[in-house]
Design a protein around this ligand. Structure first.
Ligand code: BGC
Length: 701
């Protein structure tokens, strides 16, 4: 480090080692500039929170802010100053493993979650005590990888870049994010890490970003693999000129090896190097690293052990779960109604899997599985028995398994596989109730974890069908980070709870939800397809030709999803009424207040997420059938009613028109719907017009 002049170190998490390296930088280097320590603090550090897609399912930005503030405090305590999150890539293809790291398909929800996470990581300002610098990633378009194959090229039309893929990044920049990570893949044939349009024109000129850009790991050197750069020197030059301030590199760095020569050759000036360095130094200064370069090792142990952090993780897990089905109100379970309960499935008692991907500093001793959560809640009077039923594993191993030192289980031979399946089915048969915990193992999702199928991996579907065939009541708890093919379950399993990967306290939270001590209030942040062949499917599509046949675009399957975006049930019911608009006609730039009454019509105090959708009926470009433009999660006592207000102003009514190549607010009639999911039917409309009443087509802005 002293020899090579390295200014930042990644992936060191031991506070003693961090201090040792920092002493070297501060005391032994020529300029005594402290190091900045970066790490993937994605959904927790020691306390593991629900995965980001789950956080989005809470539709509660405050919960994301709180979780990331705790993650920041824990990370900062050991000496980590900089986290590589939030990941805000819009993802509309569940085959892509990294869908789990973002907020799903929608730019409005994505923007809200992006800003909320930046506030959590960084606090009120960069350098706020016990916070870290955030890094919004992966700029931009990574989520549109062709075929959902991780790292593959993205081809995104300009209108979708501006209207769909960029808004969460811009929201993070507006929230003050200090750093941006450039993405790996080609965007419309220009690699994101060498893409001056993205890194300079959009980021610096349009958005006035003043922090620094770091490349994704090895992405600068990869410019050569892309057949974009001639060699590593060219790669360094292209990335530098595009606007990458810092190269993240494993083994060797193209910048470190080539920038000096590029300056000597006159291809880069010293002034340009200084200009690229300045925002990095500025962040080190603002983080207070010059005054306080070292961590307090004893204090870090206290922070990591804070019980309130685990409690926050449990509450977050409760708020993120989504109830997908509840026939005959099987849930919540009555605490005394079942004496013998079977807990079945490969994920039922797996501490590692309940944590999800992107976990490194977890403590398995304090990780609560579904089985142990139920045991904690039900006590000795309930006889709980567990059987995995099947084993699941990847066909091709994950490189994270090596990083995490995970040893794959010895595969069961076919005799053992048969025995385990029958053991589980027998157990279901002899129990009053079965809780099945199925889904994907934690290494089946995340980076380099794409799939070509959405089926439950392994023989989980057979297990599910055999358990349901016993005729005993069955609750399916899903643990996954992407929609899976649950077509059969959605018709035959009475209760389905989407738990995502709920983290350290996941088991306790799931037990609370199943037993009614907490009420599910999450909603899907992604359209749930019936099967893989429907992909891409998202609620915000265009109407196009023959809208009356929209649900029948295929002859062999409906073209509607299994569950719409924004969907989620509760143990209570809600009624929306009295939708009112403050204006029915307005001029561009004016705001309309939308109000609606929401009543909890059931007998249980519960949360509901009121969602506001709009549709522009005509314009210089076709507009999506619906677009989310407001939401609010509210808590309502049984039979209570409240009035929710949301507003629509120029931010909500403006879009990038590919016809006009600019942002426009157009004269048109706008539909408004408010309700509990993207199929909401309570409707009103208003007109935007220069003259106040005429819905013409002219461009007004
Ligand atoms: C991922 C980034 C991550 C980086 C450092 C890359 O492979 O794409 O999201 O921050 O590694 O771990």
């Amino acid at each position: 480090m002293v020899k090579y002049g390295i200014g930042s170190v990644l992936f060191v998490t031991d506070p003693t080692e961090i201090n040792r390296l920092q002493h070297l930088a501060v005391e032994k280097t020529r300029l005594h500039i402290p190091l900045i320590f970066g790490f993937d603090v994605i959904h927790g550090f020691r306390t593991i929170f629900p995965v980001p897609i789950a956080m989005a399912a809470s539709w509660d930005p405050a919960v994301a802010t709180k979780a990331q503030a705790i993650a920041a405090q824990e990370a900062r305590s050991v000496g980590i100053d900089w986290g590589f999150a939030p990941m805000v890539d819009i993802a509309r293809d569940p085959r892509w493993g990294r869908i789990v790291e973002g907020a799903g398909e929608d730019p409005y929800l994505g923007a809200a979650m992006a800003a909320a996470q930046v506030r959590g990581f960084q606090g009120d300002y960069i350098g706020a005590p016990e916070h870290i610098l955030a890094c919004v990633k992966h700029f931009a378009g990574y989520g549109a990888a062709e075929g959902g194959r991780d790292y593959d090229a993205s081809y995104i039309p300009e209108s979708q870049i501006y209207n769909v893929y960029l808004p969460p990044f811009q929201a993070a920049v507006n929230a003050g994010v200090g750093t941006v990570m450039s993405a790996y893949m080609d965007l419309n044939d220009v690699p994101a890490t060498g893409n001056r349009w993205l890194l300079h024109d959009v980021l610096r000129e349009q958005w006035h970003f003043t922090g620094f850009v770091v490349s994704d790991a090895n992405a600068v050197k990869s410019l050569k693999n892309h057949n974009y750069a001639k060699d590593f020197s060219d790669a360094a030059l292209l990335a530098f000129n595009a606007g990458v301030n810092m190269e993240m590199a494993i083994d060797f760095s193209a910048y470190q090896k080539n920038l000096r020569a590029l300056v000597n050759d006159g291809q880069i000036t010293v002034q340009q190097i200084e200009a690229a360095d300045r925002p990095i130094l500025e962040m080190k200064i603002r983080l207070g690293l010059f005054e306080n370069p070292y961590n307090d090792e004893a204090r870090s142990q206290e922070i990591l052990a804070t019980p309130e952090h685990r409690e926050a993780a449990r509450l977050a897990a409760e708020r993120t779960s989504v109830l997908l089905r509840n026939e005959g109100n099987l849930l919540p379970l009555s605490k005394s109604g079942f004496t013998n309960v079977a807990v079945i499935g490969p994920l039922a008692d797996s501490q590692m899997d309940i944590l999800g991907p992107w976990v490194f500093q977890y403590d398995l001793k304090e990780t609560v599985t579904v089985l142990s959560g139920l045991r904690n809640r039900l006590g000795p009077q309930t006889n709980l028995n567990c059987a995995p039923g099947v084993q699941i594993s990847r066909k091709f191993p994950s490189f994270f398994d090596d990083i995490l030192h995970l040893k794959p289980e010895e595969p069961w031979g076919s005799d053992k596989a048969k025995q385990e399946m029958s053991k589980a089915v027998d157990l279901a048969n002899s129990s009053d109730l079965t809780i099945l915990v199925l889904g994907e193992a934690q290494n089946m999702i995340g980076e380099a974890a794409s799939r070509e199928s959405l089926d439950l991996p392994g023989r989980q579907e057979q297990l599910l069908e055999a358990v349901v065939a016993t005729g005993k009541p069955v609750v399916l708890v899903l643990m996954n980070g992407r929609p899976l093919n649950i077509k059969w379950a959605a018709e035959h399993v009475p209760a389905i709870l989407e738990a995502w990967y709920p983290g350290t306290q996941g088991g306790n939270a799931i037990a609370d939800l199943l037993l009614g001590d907490a009420v599910p209030g999450g909603k899907l942040p992604i359209t749930w397809p019936r099967d893989v062949g429907q992909i891409p499917i998202n609620y915000g599509h265009n109407t196009t030709q023959a809208p009356e046949n929209q649900g029948k675009r295929y002859w062999d399957e409906e073209s509607t999803p299994l569950y719409p975006f924004g969907y989620g049930l509760s143990y209570s019911t809600f009624q929306y009424s009295d939708l009112k608009l403050s204006h029915t006609q307005l001029k561009p730039g004016e705001t309309v207040d939308v109000s609606v009454d929401v009543e909890n019509t059931g007998g249980t105090a519960a949360d509901e997420v009121a969602q506001l959708y709009i549709h522009q009926q005509s314009g210089s470009a076709s507009r999506p059938v619906r677009e989310l433009k407001g939401f609010l999660r509210i808590a309502l006592q049984a039979h209570a009613k409240t009035t929710v207000h949301m507003s629509l102003g120029s931010d909500e009514l403006t879009y990038w028109s590919s016809a006009n190549k600019s942002w426009v607010t157009e004269s048109a009639t706008f539909d408004v719907w408010v309700g509990g999911n993207s199929n909401a039917s309570l409707h009103a409309n208003f007109i935007v017009s220069q003259r106040g009443s005429d819905p013409g087509h002219s461009q007004l802005k």
